[in-house]
Design a protein around this ligand. Sequence first.
Ligand code: ADP
Ligand code: MG
Length: 262
Amino acid sequence: MELERARQQLETLGLEKASDALDAQLEQAARTQCTYVDFLNTLLQCEADERRKRSEETRLKLSRLPQQKSLADFDFTFQPSLDERQIKELATLAFIHRQENVIFLGPPGVGKSHLAIGMASEAIRQGMSVYFVSMSRLLADLSKAAKEGRLERRWKIYQRPKLLLIDEIGYSQLDRVSGNLFFQLICSRYEKGSMILTSNKGFTEWGELMGDQALATAILDRLLHHAHVVNIRGGSYRLRARTKAGLYTGPNPLADNDANRM
Ligand code: ADP
Ligand code: MG
C-alpha cells in the first residue's frame, strides 16, 4: 500500500523513471544496507540520467544531422596536411562558447563534413542545440519563406541554435536575393552565435559564387573576424576506399595538385 502510494507520488510529480526504478532500488538498498541518502541519490540519479538521455535524443533529432560521424573515427594519418592538435583543440568546443566560427576548406572527400558533423555531435553530447543545413537547402528555404512572407519565423530556425552548421558552400550559385538573405543570416549570427561552414571553394572564389564581389567581401569580413580556418589539401578518402576495394584503378582526379589548392 505504502509502496504503491510512493509510486503514485513519483508519477504525479512527473518522475516516471524513478517510479519505474523504485522496486529494484528498494531491493538493492535492502540488500546492500545503504543509507537513506544513498538510496535517495541513486533513485534521483536514475531519473536525471534518463532525462539527459532523452534531451540528447531530442536535440539530435532537431539538429537534422544527416549522418553519424565521430572525431574518434577520423584517420589523421590519411590527411597529413591537417594539424591534429588544432582539430583536438577545436573539439573541446571552446570556440562555441566564444561565438567563433570554424571553416573547413578543401576539395571533395577530404573529410570536411565528417569533421564538422563530428564536432556538432560532440556539441549535442555537451548539451548544446545544433542545426545542420546544406547551403542549397538553406537558400531554397529562405527564398521560399521570403516569397511567402514567412521570413521572420524561419529566421529563428537559423538564429536560435547555439551552433549552426552550413555544409557544402560552393555548389550552389547565389543570385541577388539569396546572396542578400545569406548576408543577413551571417550578420544575425555575427558575434552572437557560432557557425561551422564547409566549402570546396577558396575565399577568392566566393565573389563569383555570390555573384557580387562587394557582398562576398562583406560576408567574409564578418565570418572571418573570429574564425578558425582549416584548409585540407589531401586526397579524397572516398576514392582511396574505392581504390583499395579494386573498384577504381585510374589516377586520383582529386589528388593534391595546383587545381585543388585553395
Ligand atoms: P567532404 O565533406 O570533404 O567532401 P566527407 O567528410 O563527406 O568529405 O568524407 C567522405 C567520406 O570519407 C565520409 O564517409 C567520411 O566519413 C570519410 N572520411 C573522409 N576522410 C576521412 C578520414 N581521414 N578518416 C576516416 N574517414 C574519412
Ligand atoms: Mg561534404
